[in-house]
Design a protein around this ligand. Structure first.
Ligand SMILES: [Zn+2]
Length: 230
C-alpha cells in the first residue's frame, strides 16, 4: 500500500465514523478504555503521490475524549507527527539523507519535496528531543545487552554547517533520529502487536527506563514521539 492509499484509507475510516483509535491509552490518566470521539479536524499531509511526484493529500485527524478524566487529545495515525505537515517516513528519510550522504546538502536532501528551511527546523526539533533519544538507547541496551547501538558513529562532516552550534544540532539530531528508529524497529520486532496500537501521543513515556513493563503498558508508553515544545 502506498502512503497515499494509507492516508485515503484512514480518511475513509474517519468519514465512516469507524475510525480506529491508534493511541492505546489516555495521555493524561493512562486509562485504556472509555473513549468517545470528540471531533475531527482537517489536516493536509505532504507526501509522495501515486505518480511519484510530491503533493498534498487532505485528510483528517480525530480528537478523542477520555470519559475517565475528560481529557481530550488528538490521535495521530502512524504516518503522522504532531504539528508536522510532512509525513513521518518522509521527514525521517530526508533527515537521514542529509546525515548519511556525504554530498547531500539541505537542498538536495529534500529534492523539491520540502523547503530546505523545513529540514533545518526538523533538525532543531530532533535535537530538542535529546533526552528522549537517550531513553530509547537506554531501553534498547537494557533489554538487549548485545546491542551495538552505543557504538554507532554520529559524525556529520563539518562542511554541512557554517557554525559550531549548527554542527552540534546536526550531530544531536542525527543521534536522536537514529535512536528513535532503532527503538521503533526494536519494538516492532519484539512486541509486534504494539505497532498497530501505539501512536505518538505520550510525552512521559520515553523517559521511562523500566523494561519490565507489560505489553499493554508498552503500547501506552513507547513508540511515542513527544510533542514539539514550541
Ligand atoms: Zn484519561
Amino acid at each position: 500500500m502506498t502512503i497515499e492509499q494509507e492516508i485515503k484509507r484512514h480518511e475513509k475510516e474517519v468519514m465512516a465514523s469507524v475510525s480506529k483509535r491508534y493511541a492505546a491509552c489516555c495521555r493524561r490518566c493512562k486509562g485504556n478504555e472509555g473513549f468517545q470521539r470528540h471531533e475531527i479536524r482537517r489536516r493536509t499531509f505532504y507526501c509522495q503521490l501515486k505518480n511519484g511526484q510530491p503533493g498534498a493529500v487532505r485528510s483528517w485527524l480525530v480528537r478523542w475524549k477520555c470519559l475517565n478524566c475528560t481529557c481530550t487529545f488528538t490521535d495521530y495515525p502512524p504516518f503522522a507527527l504532531p504539528y508536522k505537515r510532512h509525513i513521518k517516513p518522509a521527514i525521517f528519510e530526508m533527515v537521514m539523507k542529509m546525515c548519511r550522504d556525504q554530498k547531500a546538502t539541505y537542498r538536495s536532501s529534500t529534492n523539491g519535496r520540502a523547503g530546505h528551511s523545513s529540514l533545518w527546523r526538523w533538525f532543531d526539533w530532533l535535537s530538542s528531543l535529546f533526552v528522549q533519544g537517550q531513553a530509547c538507547a537506554r531501553f534498547i541496551l537494557s533489554a538487549d545487552p548485545n546491542s551495538l547501538l552505543h557504538r554507532n558513529d554520529y559524525f556529520v562532516p563539518p562542511y554541512k554547517s557554517r557554525s559550531k552550534s549548527r554542527a552540534t544540532v546536526l550531530t544531536i539530531g542525527f543521534q536522536v533520529l537514529d535512536r528513535f528508529m532503532a527503538f521503533e524497529r526494536f519494538v516492532a520486532e519484539n512486541f509486534p502487536q504494539v505497532r498497530n496500537t501505539a501512536s505518538p501521543t505520550g510525552d512521559a513515556i520515553l523517559q521511562s527506563d523500566n523494561i519490565s513493563h507489560t505489553r499493554s503498558t508498552l503500547a501506552c508508553t513507547f513508540l511515542a514521539f513527544p510533542r514539539h515544545p514550541h
